[in-house]
Design a binder for this molecule. Structure first.
Ligand code: SAM
Length: 322
């Protein structure tokens, strides 16, 4: 492995590749999976029968949007800010309800993927023409610091899809603290948390037989090849999922089948892999009420209400500043 000589500033993706592939054990951040191809693969994952998360949250929003909206400031109006909005399929159920009751609000979806935001923007224009919206591209940690500029009326902050589960507990607390710092007493946080359940159900959700999840994870290697001049041979890596029912942590890995060297031309990097060496790509944390309560307390937030899917597999919670 030799180090990089490029002196100009690196993009976040380049930095993650340089740091993550030179670390031991190796890792890459799942947020870089999402480009046009990654967005499409995630939509395919959401349509898989094994990926129960989407249906659970879809049903919560389909049947409980009116109760969820009870705490929204329908009189004075509000800004509805969604972190990691994706294709907005589930959010549209809530937007539809708000549009039907002529609520005065602006929808502000934030996502790191410009592609998914462009698609969301054009679908909103067609499907929900009455909804005012503004697309915000960027990492939510960056955009969070701008949230305080939305302070003229209530903020309702949405984080769906158990996106918080991509963060280890300490990072999740930091994430919640950043949100909390930008909230006023009148603001509301609405967040989805996938719950602990039979370990096999969790494993199946991230290990489908068609290999869609594998292709999704390998999109990181494909992006390195396409955008950074890498020469990863995708066939010489395979996807591996683990789930620890004690901690509730599911982890995705790419495992090298052989000893191999990979060159990443634009970064002047050569990375060596031993056979069976791993790249950790994603965590998908599972929760219970006690853990959610603890995370909230650590961030000076308190649970306001809970909305549960029929199966109990998934819950959304509303939080207020403590
Ligand atoms: C698992 S998908 C969930 C999408 C949507 N919330 C849902 O429930 O269907 C995660 C989304 O968050 C975006 N994302 C992931 N990490 C992000 C980050 N750090 N900052 C901004 N967006 C991020 C991805 O581009 C993707 O669209």
């Amino acid at each position: 492995m030799n180090s990089t000589t490029k002196t100009n500033t690196y993009t976040d993706f380049e930095k993650d590749v340089i740091d993550g592939l030179q670390a031991y054990p190796k890792h890459l951040s799942s947020k870089f999976i999402y480009d046009k191809n990654g967005d499409k693969l995630f939509q395919d994952i959401m349509a898989m029968p094994e990926y129960y998360l989407t249906n659970c949250e879809y049903n919560i929003l389909k049947y409980q949007s009116a109760s969820i909206a009870e705490k929204f400031d329908l009189k004075e109006g509000f800004d509805l800010i969604e972190l990691g909005a994706g294709d907005g399929k589930k959010t549209k159920l809530l937007l539809n309800h708000l549009s039907n009751i002529n609520a005065n609000f602006t929808y502000l979806p934030v996502d790191i993927s410009q592609n998914v935001l462009d698609e969301l923007g054009s679908s909103l224009e067609k499907e929900l023409p009455k909804v005012k919206f503004e697309l915000l591209q960027g990492s939510y940690f960056h955009v969070l610091s701008q949230l305080s500029s939305y302070n003229k009326r209530q903020k309702v902050i949405l984080v769906l899809g158990s996106n918080i589960g991509n963060l280890l507990h300490n990072d999740a607390i930091e994430f919640l603290k950043k949100i909390q710092n930008n909230m006023t007493a009148n603001d509301l946080l609405f967040m989805g948390f996938d719950q602990k359940k039979h370990p096999q159900i969790v494993l199946d959700a991230y290990n489908d037989p068609k290999g869609i999840t594998e292709a999704f994870n390998k999109n990181l290697l494909l992006r390195i090849n396409k955008e950074l001049g890498g020469n990863f041979d995708l066939e010489s890596f395979f996807h591996w999922e683990t789930y620890d029912p004690e901690t509730g942590t599911a982890k995705s890995f790419l495992v090298s089948r052989v000893n191999q060297e990979v060159k990443i031309k634009n970064l002047n990097l050569t990375i060596s892999f031993k056979a069976w060496e791993t790249i950790h790509t994603e965590i998908s944390q599972k929760y219970d009420d006690e853990t959610v309560k603890w995370l909230a307390q650590e961030a000076n937030l308190s649970i306001d209400r809970r909305f549960e899917s029929e199966t109990g597999y998934y819950k959304n919670y509303t939080f207020k500043k403590s």
